[in-house]
Design a protein around this ligand. Sequence first.
Ligand SMILES: [Zn+2]
Length: 156
Amino acid sequence: MKAILHIFNYTCGNCGKSFQAPAALHSSYGEFLMRSERGAEAYLNASQDLTYSEISEAIRRHSAVARLKARKQAEVVQAIFSSLCDEDSDGSEFRIGRLPACPYCGATQISHWEATEPPQLVEKELAAVTHKKWDGLSAAEKEAFLNEALSRLIAV
Ligand SMILES: [Zn+2]
């Protein structure tokens, strides 16, 4: 799918060089750019992904999550969703919110980032993230996966 992305400026926390990389333009509407460890990108439109809404509801209903602040709840949902998506060909997770690696030294510590202003936009052809493995699980397996992920992420 074609996605309109917003170019951000990043400063590497390791070598100090600056570089540009895209981020989702409409993240407030549930559109996310997901990245694997090697920097491959996949797109997620959360409002159109039934699995996203399904697990988001299930997780937010959980008593240990319901008492968290909205921002933390969103982080938990995004982390768990990332972990159930099909992996990149290098075996790493496509993660919502994973920052790009420095193109100069390969480090993933970013010391500073900001959106270009006025916004520089770029149109990119991106594959939608998939979760075929998850789709094939039984209801009981899905529940077990969510419970295990929740106990890993928060004290339940
Ligand atoms: Zn660097």
